[in-house]
Design a protein around this ligand. Structure first.
Ligand code: BGC
Length: 792
C-alpha cells in the first residue's frame, strides 16, 4: 500500500495520511496499539472474598484516549476498532454505537476481532475528534474464579477511521503516537466486580473539537501484551440493550437501605437517577433473591463483588456503567441522603443481539412459565459466548450447557451468527490430539468431560440440521474426525471399571450414573451424527464407516449397561445405568437399544418418572427424557414429569419465585433460604456459592415444546421438508406456536377438547410437509392445511 504525504498541519490538529486505495484488512498494519499505563490503582471499598480464599484486587482507572483531526468533504467514513481490553469508541462527542464489551471474547492470542462502523454522517468537513474509553473486560478484568490479568496486564486500543473524500481520495486517522491520554471518572470497571464512577471527575466535551486537552498525557505506543495471530472482522452479533425494565417495588428493610425489585431476573445493569449533594457515594448491590431479612442475598455470587458505586457531582444526574454487568432481579441501594422514588432505578437488559424466530403458548400456565423462563435465561446467557450463568464469578462458555440448549436456542432466536462465532471458539481450543475442551474460550484446561467435549460435533450438526448450511460442516469435518479418533482410543481405556462422577449427569437428583455410560452413549451419538454429516458432505465411504462404528459402539454399550450384569463394582446397572432416569433417557434417545429393550426400558423410565418423585435428571438427561418417553408410547408420562410441582421439578422453581431457570432443581427450599443439596438425604451440601438462579441448561427441554407438543421438526436439514407431528396430552386444550425457518414461517395451532383434535398448519412456499395426526393417520401437504380427528 502506497501512502501519500500528510496534508494538514495546524497547531492542535495533527494531519491525517492520504492514499489512493485501501483494503479494509490492511488497517491493522497502519494503526498502532496505544494505551496509557500511568492510571492510578483503586481498591474497591470492600475487598471481595471467596469462602475459602480472601484476596484484595486492584483496579486501574479506565483510560480515555483522544485525537483531533481535520477532514475535507466526506463521501464515506468507516471506523474500525479493536482492543486488548474492551472499548467504547466516540466521535465528535457521541458514542459511535450503543454496544458493550467490544471487541468481544475469543482466545485472544489466536484470534482477535474488530468491529466496523459506518460513521459517514458523523464526520464533518473541518474539525473532528475521535476518542475511545478503554476498560479491562475479559482481557485484564476478573475472569471466572481465576482473578485478574488472565490474558494480559496492559490494555491497548487500535483504531482507524477511513475517510473517502468526495474527490475520491482516501485518508486515515489511525491510532499512533499523536493521540493523547487521560484517566477520568471511571475509577473501576470490571465485569464481575462492578464499576465505580466519580462524576466529579467528568471531563465535559472530552471527545469534542475545541476541548482543552492541555493536561492530557502522551499515549504509550505499542507494548501490547501480545500480537494476536489473526485480527479479523467479528462474525457474530454485538452485545446490545434489548429492553429496559422499570422497577416494580421499592422497600426499605433497614433504615437507609433501599431494595428495588425489578420483577424479573436478567443480565445487565441498572440506570441510576439521583439528585444528591456533591461527594455522596451511592452504592448499588445486585442480587437474584432476597435474604429472610429482605436485604439482597449475595452468597451465590462467590467472589463476584457485583457492586457499582456512583459518586455524585451534585444536582440531578443519570448514570449507567459501561464496563460491567450483573445477573440480578434486586438492586440494593445505600448511601442516599433521602428516600428515592421508584424511578431512581431502571433495569437495563443486555445480551448478544438476537432476533426472535420462535413463539410458543399453550393452555398450561406451568409449561408457558418454563418456555418464558428459558427465553429470559437464554437472553441473559447469550453474552458473546453461551455462558452458564450471569451472576457469580463464572460466566463461562460451558460446552455441555450450550450443546444441550442449542437446538432450543435455534428455535427461539436467530442464533446462526452467534453459534458460528462460538464454533470458532470451540475449534480454536481443540487440542492437537483432537480433544474439545469443557469451556470455549477455555481458560483452564480441565480434561475430558463427556457431554461437554461433544459440543464440537453436536453444535455444528444442530446448526446444519436447522439451517441446511453445509458450510458449517465443511470447515470442521477434519477436526471432528480427529476428535472421534481420540474418542475411539479413549473408549478402550474407559471400558475399564466405571468411574462415578457428578459430571456424568451434572445436577441430577436421586440416583447417580456411571461416567462410562455417558461417555459411551455420547460417543455412539457422535458417530451417528457424523455418519449423517459425512453423507451430506458426499463422503459416502466414510459415512458407511461411521455407521458400522456406531453399530459396534452400540453393542459395547448394550453388553456393558443393559440388563443384568455380573461385574462386582457398586455401580453395576440394575437394568440400565444404575437404574437412573438419565441412563434410560440417553439409551432411548440415542437409539442404543434394540426394539425389545426399548419396550421394557421405556416402561421402566415412565415408572420412575411418574412414581419416584425425589428423582430428577441432571442437565444431560433433561434434554432427552421427554422425547424418550413420548416417542415410545409414554406421552402422558412425559407431560406428567413436565407438569410436576413438587421438588425436584420446574413447577417447584415457578412456585418459589423463579422468573428464570435455576441451576439446581432445589435452589430454594423455603423463602429466603437458598439451600440446595445433592441426593435425597440432605447429605453432601453444595457450596451456597454454586447456586445460580439463571442457568439455561435445564431449558433444553424446550426443543420438545416445538418438536413434541407442536410437532414442528425438519424432515430434511434446513426444513426443505417439514415434519408436523403434534402430541396432545397432559390435559392441554390448545397449543400454538411458530418457527421462522430459513425458508419462512412454519406455524401450528391445535385444539383438543371432548375427544376432538383440530389442527391448523401454515408452511412457507415450496416447502412440503408430512402431517402425522394423533389418531395415526398421515397426510402430505404444502401451503396450509386444516385437519380434524377423534383423539382421547
Ligand atoms: C457450571 C455448569 C457447568 C459445570 C460443569 C458449573 O460450574 O455452572 O453450568 O456445566 O460447571 O462442570
Amino acid at each position: 500500500m502506497k501512502k501519500k504525504r500528510r496534508i494538514f498541519a495546524a497547531a492542535a490538529w495533527t494531519a491525517i495520511s492520504l492514499c489512493a486505495a485501501s483494503a479494509a484488512d490492511d488497517w491493522v498494519s497502519r494503526a498502532k496499539w496505544i494505551g496509557y499505563d500511568d492510571g492510578k490503582s483503586v481498591v474497591p471499598p470492600e475487598a471481595p472474598s471467596r469462602a475459602n480464599k480472601k484476596e484484595e484486587r486492584f483496579y486501574l482507572q479506565a483510560v480515555y484516549l483522544r485525537k483531533d483531526f481535520q477532514a475535507g468533504s466526506v463521501a464515506k467514513a468507516i471506523l474500525r476498532v479493536t482492543a486488548e481490553g474492551e472499548m467504547v469508541p466516540f466521535l465528535n462527542g457521541k458514542r459511535v454505537a450503543t454496544e458493550y464489551f467490544t471487541p468481544g471474547w475469543t482466545e485472544y492470542p489466536t484470534r482477535l476481532y474488530f468491529r466496523e462502523y459506518d460513521v459517514t454522517a458523523e464526520v464533518r468537513a473541518g474539525a473532528n475528534t475521535l476518542g475511545v474509553i478503554l476498560g479491562d473486560g475479559w482481557f485484564r478484568g476478573n475472569l471466572a474464579l481465576f482473578g485478574q490479568n488472565h490474558y494480559g496486564k496492559v490494555i491497548r486500543a487500535r483504531m482507524e477511521l477511513e475517510i473517502e473524500g468526495k474527490d475520491g481520495t482516501k485518508s486515515w486517522v489511525d491510532t499512533d503516537g499523536t493521540w493523547r491520554a487521560s484517566t477520568g471518572p471511571i475509577l473501576r470497571g470490571d465485569h464481575l466486580s462492578g464499576e465505580t464512577y466519580d462524576a466529579r471527575l467528568e471531563m465535559p466535551g472530552w471527545c469534542m473539537p475545541g476541548f482543552n486537552a492541555g493536561n492530557w498525557r502522551p499515549v504509550n505506543v505499542g507494548g501490547a501484551a501480545f500480537e494476536p495471530k489473526t485480527i479479523e472482522r467479528h462474525p457474530g452479533p454485538p452485545i446490545k440493550i434489548y429492553t429496559e425494565i422499570p422497577a416494580k417495588m421499592l422497600s426499605e428493610p433497614v433504615p437507609g437501605v433501599y431494595i428495588f425489585d425489578l420483577g424479573q431476573n436478567f443480565a445487565g445493569f441498572a440506570r441510576l437517577k439521583v439528585d444528591e449533594p456533591a461527594g455522596t457515594a451511592v452504592t448499588l448491590k445486585f442480587g437474584e433473591i432476597l435474604n429472610a431479612s429482605e436485604t439482597v442475598y449475595t452468597d451465590n455470587l462467590m467472589s463476584a463483588y457485583a457492586t457499582d458505586v456512583f459518586i455524585s457531582q451534585g444536582g440531578p444526574q443519570t448514570w449507567e456503567p459501561l464496563f460491567t454487568y450483573h445477573g440480578f432481579r434486586y438492586v440494593e441501594v445505600r448511601g442516599l441522603t433521602h428516600k428515592p422514588g421508584l424511578t431512581a432505578i431502571t433495569g437495563i437488559a443486555i445480551g448478544s443481539e438476537l432476533k426472535r424466530t420462535g413463539g410458543f403458548a399453550c393452555s398450561d400456565s406451568l409449561i408457558n412459565w418454563i418456555y418464558n423462563a428459558l427465553i429470559w435465561s437464554q437472553r441473559s446467557n447469550y453474552m458473546e459466548v453461551p455462558t452458564d450463568c450471569p451472576q457469580r464469578d463464572e460466566r463461562l462458555g460451558w460446552c455441555g450447557d450450550a450443546q444441550l440448549v442449542c437446538r432450543s436456542a435455534l428455535y427461539n432466536f436467530d442464533t446462526r451468527a452467534f453459534l458460528k462465532k462460538w464454533i470458532i471458539d470451540i475449534y480454536d481450543e481443540q487440542s492437537p490430539d483432537g480433544l474439545f475442551q469443557k469451556t470455549a474460550p477455555c481458560i483452564c484446561n480441565a480434561g475430558w468431560a463427556p457431554g461437554w467435549a461433544d459440543a464440537g460435533i453436536i453444535v455444528p450438526y444442530e446448526l446444519w440440521r436447522m439451517t441446511g448450511d453445509i458450510s458449517v460442516l465443511r470447515g470442521r469435518y477434519a477436526g471432528m474426525k480427529k476428535f472421534l479418533e481420540l474418542s475411539d482410543k479413549a473408549m478402550r481405556k474407559f471400558l475399564g471399571p466405571p468411574r462415578l462422577s457428578d459430571e456424568a449427569d451434572w445436577l441430577f437428583m436421586g440416583l447417580c450414573m456411571p461416567f462410562t455410560l455417558v461417555f459411551i452413549a455420547y460417543y455412539a451419538h457422535d458417530l451417528d451424527l457424523m455418519a449423517r454429516m459425512a453423507e451430506a458432505l458426499g463422503e459416502k465411504v466414510e459415512a458407511g464407516g461411521y455407521r458400522s462404528q456406531f453399530a459396534e459402539v452400540k453393542t459395547a454399550f448394550r453388553d456393558r449397561f443393559v440388563g443384568a450384569c455380573n461385574t462386582p463394582d457398586p455401580w453395576t446397572p440394575k437394568w440400565i445405568g444404575a437404574d437412573s432416569m438419565t441412563g434410560y433417557a440417553l439409551s432411548l434417545s440415542f437409539s442404543l437399544l434394540d426394539s425389545n429393550e426399548c419396550v421394557w426400558a421405556s416402561e421402566r423410565l415412565a415408572q420412575i418418572a411418574t412414581g419416584e418423585r425425589d428423582q430428577m435428571t441432571g442437565i444431560l438427561g433433561t434434554r432427552e427424557i421427554l422425547p424418550a418417553l413420548a416417542d415410545t408410547g409414554h406421552r402422558e408420562a412425559a407431560y406428567k414429569l413436565l407438569q410436576r410441582r413438587t421438588c425436584p421439578s420446574f413447577g417447584w422453581m415457578a412456585d418459589h419465585g423463579g422468573t428464570t431457570l435455576w441451576e439446581h432443581w432445589n435452589g430454594v427450599m423455603e423463602p429466603g433460604r437458598a439451600t440446595n443439596w445433592k441426593g435425597k438425604d440432605n447429605e453432601n451440601l453444595w457450596d451456597p456459592g454454586m447456586n445460580s438462579f439463571n442457568h439455561e441448561s435445564f431449558g433444553s427441554c424446550v426443543q420438545w415444546f416445538y418438536e413434541g407438543i407442536l410437532g414442528i421438526a425438519p424432515e430434511e436439514p434446513g426444513f426443505r421438508k417439514v415434519r408436523i407431528r403434534p402430541m396432545p396430552g397432559g390435559g392441554l386444550t390448545f397449543a400454538k406456536g411458530h418457527y421462522d425457518s430459513v425458508r419462512g414461517r412454519i406455524a401450528v395451532e391445535w385444539h383438543h377438547e371432548a375427544g376432538k383434535f383440530t389442527l391448523a398448519v401454515l408452511l412457507p412456499p415450496d416447502t412440503p410437509a408430512t402431517v402425522y395426526l394423533p389418531d395415526g393417520s398421515v397426510r402430505a401437504i404444502s401451503g396450509k392445511g386444516h385437519f380434524e380427528c377423534a383423539f382421547n
